[in-house]
Every structure is written in structure tokens, then in C-alpha cells.
Design a protein around this ligand. Structure first.
Ligand code: TXA
Ligand code: MG
Length: 335
């Protein structure tokens, strides 16, 4: 595996990655959200290679990354007015817009759906790569079921691929907001850094799909909702917010430690003083808990924690993305 450091070998990396993609290969590249595992979106065999490298279920569609609204238009049929308003407001940025798919895209990308998720990343290298190769299909560059990678090392820990472009830690460190733009009102299928409140501010209203907070079975609006996600190796639980939540987290910890287990607390920086004498991993400030979650889950694994106690938060603003990921990591176990 060759890891290119974009700070010192940007042009060389861009050339090597472009050559690899143009000959049907796949590369891991940074975006402002998480690392993506990309292949040329119109190349069905490259796309199959992405699914194989991740061990991704074939029914879970990929996001296609574009470098302009014109490219997005060419991949959709039609490009909807909701998508246009959200793209004008937030692109380049951490929001993926689900629109009816053009048939230039192979069925492998959309997992046979009639829609496609499109996103213009806010990242110079990612945009240069798309300009050089055309639209790039890319899921997160983790092995399926693991927390999304927010550093090149996370990618290298999970995947066996020839080229990783190292752009440092991803600034948002949580995946894009996925919004269904095929109806009259936008519907959030996966919350992210662009909040429900921001989407509603642009479109007048915004719904949140059933399944963002509870397990779904059978028909999901977004196939990703059906799959096991972000799971640490140990058992995980989310302690729901409230006056006694911290005390409850500590009690769960002490009980587990007494039983000879290796618990760890994942909590906001504002609360680490309460964890005194116990194993803990800070998630970042209360406002930025989602951005700290994936790295913290991987650290919990590295420490061989067998019981991961996650602090809950309320679901306004960025809390929606955090709770969506935390509850999935815990298999919806709540305390
Ligand atoms: O920030 C991100 O979105 C990152 C970076 C690399 O851009 N990508 C990412 O991709 O998180 P992935 O594949 O790990 O997650 C894509 C999510 C999945 O939950 C998938 O089910 C959903 O988007 N999705 C993709 N296409 C869809 C569609 N046509 N309809 C509904 N959901 C879709
Ligand atoms: Mg993913």
C-alpha cells in the first residue's frame, strides 16, 4: 500500500490517483467529512471493486461525488428544484442530495434504485481528482460495519488497497447529511453536519425519515439504515440525557468494573472531570460530539474495552447526527 502525504507530494499524488482511477482502479481519498473509497462512477467494474474491498452489501448504494452543479444535473433525471436550492445553499459541503438517477450510471452504483445520492465535497484534493477523472462513486473507506475513517491510518487499518491519499484528519469527521430531494418536502435519511434546521431554513420545511432513530426492518427509504453500523468490538450502550445521566453512566461503569469487565466512558469534554479515576475517551465539546465519535470508538477498540458507555445528548442541531450514529453503534441499546 502506498500512502501519499498530500502536504508534501500533492501533484505526484494527484497524478498517481488519476492514473489508478482511469485504469479502473480504486483509491482512498480525503473529504471534509470522512475518507472515501472512490472509483470512476460510470465504470461498473471499478464500482464492483469498491463493494468487494469494503465487504459492502450489494443492496447499499454509493454516493457519487461531483465537482459542479452541471455535473450533478448530467447524472440526474431530472435534477429537482429542491436539490437545486440545497446545492446552491450548501455545495461544496457536507450534504448529499438524493434525486432520480440518469441511466448513464451503472446499476451497481445505485444498487438498482431509481435514485442516486450526489455530493460536491468541500475539499481541494477531492475536487481536483473529480475534475481529472469525472464523477467519482465513493462510500466511506472503512470495512463495512466499522466506524467511518477520519484519518488515513483508519483506512490503512481496515482496507487492503494500493493507494491512500493522506490529507490529515477530516475536519467534520462525520458523514454528510443525506437528503431525499425527490418529493415536495426534503426528508433527512441520514443526519450530518448540515442540520435539519439549516435545511428547513432553505426549503421552508424538513422532515426526518423514520429509521433515523429506531431500527427499521423490511422497507427502508435508505438501504444504509438496515445495516449494522459503526459498531465497536465491545458491547455498547447509550445513556439518554437527563439530570441523572452522568451519575447513571458512572454507576454502570463501576458495576462493570466490579464484575471484572473493561468499561470505558465516551463523553463530552465538559464532563470529563466527573470521570475521575475511570477509563474515559473525550468526544470533544458538547457541540462537536459527532466529530469525535468515530475516532473514540476506534480508540475504545484499541484499548480492548468490552463495555462502551456513550453519553447521550438532545437531538437539536448537531445532536441529531451524534445520536443517530451513537444509537447505531450501540445496536439501539439505551439506558
Ligand atoms: O460524507 C459522506 O457522505 C461520505 C464521503 C466519502 O462523501 N460518504 C459516505 O458514503 O458516507 P456511505 O456509502 O458510507 O454512505 C452513503 C449513505 C448510505 O447510508 C446509503 O444507504 C445512502 O447514503 N444512500 C446512497 N444513495 C442513496 C439513495 N439513492 N437513496 C437513499 N439512500 C442512499
Ligand atoms: Mg459508510
Amino acid at each position: 500500500m502506498k500512502i501519499y502525504d498530500l502536504q508534501i507530494e500533492y501533484n505526484q499524488a494527484l497524478q498517481a490517483a488519476t492514473a489508478e482511477l482511469k485504469r479502473g482502479g480504486i483509491v482512498a481519498f480525503p473529504t471534509e467529512t470522512v475518507y472515501g473509497l472512490g472509483g470512476v462512477a460510470t465504470d461498473a467494474s471499478a464500482v464492483r471493486r469498491i463493494f468487494a474491498a469494503k465487504g459492502r452489501p450489494a443492496d447499499n448504494p454509493l454516493i457519487v461525488h461531483v465537482a459542479s452543479i452541471e455535473q450533478a444535473r448530467a447524472l440526474s433525471r431530472p435534477w429537482t428544484s429542491l436539490a437545486d436550492r440545497l446545492a446552491q445553499a450548501f455545495w461544496p459541503g457536507p450534504i448529499s442530495l438524493v434525486v432520480p438517477a440518469s441511466d448513464v450510471l451503472p446499476a451497481e452504483v445505485t444498487a438498482g434504485l431509481k435514485t442516486v445520492g450526489l455530493r460536491m465535497p468541500d475539499h481541494a484534493f477531492a475536487l481536483d481528482l473529480i475534475r481529472a477523472c469525472g464523477p467519482i462513486a465513493a462510500p466511506s473507506a472503512n470495512s463495512s460495519g466499522r466506524p467511518s475513517p477520519v484519518t488515513a491510518q483508519h483506512v490503512a487499518d481496515d482496507l487492503d488497497i494500493p493507494i491512500v491519499l493522506d490529507g490529515g484528519r477530516c475536519p467534520f469527521s462525520v458523514e454528510s447529511t443525506v437528503v431525499d430531494c425527490t418529493g415536495l418536502v426534503p426528508v433527512i435519511l441520514r443526519p450530518g453536519s448540515i442540520t435539519r434546521e439549516q435545511v428547513a431554513g432553505v426549503c421552508g420545511a424538513c422532515e426526518v425519515a423514520q429509521g433515523v432513530f429506531e431500527p427499521v426492518d423490511g422497507q427502508a427509504k435508505s438501504p444504509g439504515m438496515l445495516h449494522k453500523h459503526y459498531a465497536p468490538k465491545g458491547e455498547a450502550v447509550v445513556v439518554m440525557p437527563g439530570d441523572t445521566a452522568l451519575a447513571h453512566m458512572l454507576a454502570l461503569y463501576d458495576e462493570a468494573a466490579k464484575a471484572g469487565r473493561s468499561p470505558v466512558l465516551l463523553l463530552a469534554e465538559e464532563n470529563v472531570a466527573d470521570a475521575q479515576g475511570r477509563a474515559y475517551i473525550p468526544l470533544g465539546t458538547k457541540e462537536r460530539m459527532a466529530s469525535g465519535l468515530f475516532d473514540a470508538l476506534r480508540k475504545a477498540d484499541a484499548q480492548q474495552a468490552d463495555y462502551v458507555i456513550l453519553q447521550g445528548t438532545d437531538t437539536a442541531g448537531s445532536g441529531l447526527a451524534y445520536m443517530n450514529r451513537a444509537l447505531r453503534a450501540a445496536g439501539f441499546r439505551m439506558e
